[in-house]
Structures are given as C-alpha cells and as structure tokens.
Ligand binder design. Structure first.
Ligand code: PEP
Ligand code: MN
Length: 338
C-alpha cells in the first residue's frame, strides 16, 4: 500500500503516519518527493488496514501497489532516483561512466588506467578485487591488496571506486574501501548477500543475472531497498540465449522497459554484454540512445595482457573514442556525462 500524503502535509503528520504504519506491523518506507511525500507500507496482509490509514491526519489517499516489487516501483516514486557516490552521479540527466579493468592486477596498471579514463571523462573507476571466475584455477583477484590499490587510485584521481563483493563474509571489508558495492550477475539472487549490502549502506550496483527476468531483477533490488538502502543502480549486462556470436545477448530494451517500471537508474555494461572489443563502443552509444543512466566499461593499458576479459576490453585510445561518441549521443537525449 502507498499512503499518499496531502500536498501541504506537515512533518508531524508524516511522522504520525509512519508510526501508525509501524504499529500495524508493517514496514514504513517514507519517500519525500518534490510534489508530495508518500509512505510505502510493506508487509503481509497490508490491504486490511487501508481504511484505518486513510482517515489519518494529512492523508490524501491510500492505494495498493500493483507491482510485485514495491519500493522499487514507479507507483511509489514517480521521479527518477539519482544515485550519488563521490565523483559518480547516475540518474535523471546525469550519465555516469564507470571505467577500468576487469580485475585489479597491480598498482601501476590500476593507477595508470584511472588517470587515463579520468582524462577521457569517466566519472568512476572500476576493478575487481574479488573475482567470480568460472574456473577455480583462474585468477581470483588480489582481495584486500586489490582494495588498497583501488583506494590509492581514488586518492590519486578523485574517482569513486566501484568494486564487486562476492560474499556476505566480505561485505564489511569491501564497504571500508568501496564507494559503490557491485553485486555480480552470478550473485543477483543471493538474497542474504543482498540484505547484507542493504544494511552496509553504501550505494549498490546490482547486475542482472544471465538468466534472470526483469521481475526477478526488480525483486532482487527490492531486497536491498527493503534493508533500508535507497541507493540502488540496476545493470543490464546481457543474458544467455541460443545466440553464440556474442558472449551474452545485450538486451537493450531492458532500459526503457525498466524506466517505465522503476525510478531506479539503469546502467548498461556493453563489455560483458557483447564480449568483443570491437562491439563495445557502438553498443555503449546505443545504450545511451536507449536512455541508459550509466555505462560500465572494461579498460586496460594493454588488453592483450589482461589477466581476465581482455577480449572485451578497450585500450585508452578506444575508450576516448567511446567517450567522444557517447557524449554526442548523450546530448541528443538530454543527458550529460558528469
Ligand atoms: C564484472 O563486472 O567484472 C563481472 C564479473 O560482471 P558480471 O557479474 O556481469 O559477469
Ligand atoms: Mn570482466
């Protein structure tokens, strides 16, 4: 249910209604909009309390939330959410660009990349310190040493750090170094991990599972939101289909589809989404044209030598070209890389 407050409702009336919702055994998620405040009342058997809430002070109406996801839904919050983390802003007119290597390999590689992507206009640095690899024999990441290198790159460039957290046990450690906690495709439905990053409070980049539906993605986001963390970005990174000419099939219709249903910002990953360096720039531009609020792109000083995902990674010159093209497309759709 959504308790929609009247336009001029006072702070006191809002607080009173939050208390009322909680007294009924429901969880209250107040959302302060530009026009008016609403309180999402989440829990089981919520509809039976509708009439009693509707007569509360300052209440305009109480309406059911039709979507299976609640706090993520546009029904609850019509205005787009802007997620901010240091140098990174994602949502509404802000197009955030997160760039960097698949994995943190050493300090020189990462700091060099951070400086280059910053000079090209990126607004955050990415790099995995904990890597989810298909084979246990592949490079697993530098772990805490990698997180320290990411922090050094932030120190050097001022760029916000986006990095993956693989397990619940590492949430506290990763939150100490990261500005944005990435939940990878393989963990999209790891519900205890989603709750843990929800409680940790840092902004979250939630990647779509390779075989997850849109509703499953939105309900996964709901776990983070329901733990009290409103700063969630959804990421389309391609899905598994019968097609084999690309590593995954980048489902760009996800961007406008999600925008119609959620206020959360949508990021696209054209690197994992295609799996081929030569497709990345054009699919990044297509993502921006489709309305993406952010891009996450793999960049390495020497992709041929990368310890992971080199075949889908851009070098510095290729990333500059991507930025030049995306800047023009962004302008055409009313967004700015900033
Ligand atoms: C990554 O971003 O490096 C990554 C492992 O992505 P995904 O979870 O989308 O496969
Ligand atoms: Mn990768």
């Amino acid at each position: 249910m959504i308790v929609v407050m009247k336009k001029g409702a006072t702070q006191e009336q809002v607080e009173h209604m939050i208390e009322r919702v909680e007294e009924l055994g429901l969880k209250a998620h107040p959302i302060i909009g530009t026009e008016r405040t609403v309180i999402a009342a989440i829990g089981e058997k919520r509809d039976e309390h509708r009439a009693s809430l509707e007569s509360g002070p300052g209440v305009a109406e109480v309406v059911p939330i039709l979507a299976p996801y609640k706090v993520a839904s546009r029904e609850v919050k019509p205005e787009p959410t802007v997620v901010r983390a240091g140098s990174l802003s994602v949502g509404n007119t802000h197009l955030g660009v997160i760039a960097g290597p698949c994995a943190v390999e050493n300090e020189e590689q990462l700091v060099l990349t951070a400086k280059a992507v910053k000079a090209a206009g990126a607004t955050a640095i990415r790099g995995g310190a904990f890597k989810p690899r298909t084979s246990p024999y592949s490079f697993q990441g530098l772990k805490e040493a990698g997180l320290k290198i990411l922090a050094a790159a932030r120190e050097e460039t001022g760029l916000a750090v986006v990095t993956e957290v693989l397990s619940e046990a590492d949430v506290e450690l990763v939150a100490r170094y990261a500005d944005v906690m990435q939940i990878g495709a393989r963990n999209m439905q790891n519900y205890r991990l989603l709750e843990a990053v929800g409680y940790a409070g840092k902004p979250v980049l939630l990647k779509r599972g390779a075989s997850a539906t849109m509703d499953e993605l939105l309900l996964a986001a709901e776990y983070v939101l329901n733990a009290g963390n409103p700063n969630v970005m959804l990421c389309e990174r391609g899905i598994r289909t019968f097609e084999s000419h690309t590593r995954y099939t980048l489902s760009l219709s996800a961007v406008p589809y999600l925008h119609d249903r959620t206020h959360l910002p949508i990021v696209v990953d054209p690197s994992h989404g295609t799996g081929h360096t030569n497709l990345v720039t054009r699919m990044a531009a297509a993502s921006v044209a489709a309305g993406a609020d952010g891009l996450i792109v793999e960049v390495h000083p020497n992709p041929e030598k990368a310890l992971s995902d080199g075949y889908q990674t851009l070098d510095f010159a290729q990333f500059e070209e991507l930025m030049a093209l995306c800047r023009r497309v962004a302008e055409a759709v009313g967004k700015r890389i900033e």
